[in-house]
Write a new protein. Structure first.
Length: 100
């Protein structure tokens, strides 16, 4: 499992946890439960929100690193392909008499 896959799994779990905590918090607020339970749910919600935010930032950083590395790799591949095609063009059009 790569770091990107692990980060994506962590992001999904954090998102599910956040939505579960938010649902619990809103349910408690609507049902007029005592203030202590609402405060506990709110604290859990804030912790889940921080975890979710951290997971999103981590995932985006890894994604940006991947994209930048992929850009460099693609540019290197394009350079190699251009050199190959140029050599094939020269050999095809001018023959091998330039190469001695």
């Amino acid at each position: 499992m790569t770091c990107n896959e692990a980060s994506a799994i962590q992001l999904t779990k954090s998102k599910e946890n956040y939505h579960a905590r938010y649902g619990e918090y809103t349910r408690l607020r609507r049902n007029d439960v005592n203030a202590r339970d609402v405060e506990k749910a709110e604290a859990k919600l804030k912790k889940a929100q921080v975890d979710y935010k951290y997971s999103v930032e981590k995932y985006n950083n890894l994604r940006n690193q991947f994209v930048s590395k992929m850009d460099v790799s693609c540019l290197n591949f394009q350079v190699c392909l251009f050199k190959y095609l140029w050599a094939a063009f020269v050999i095809h059009n001018f023959g091998l008499f330039f190469i001695t």
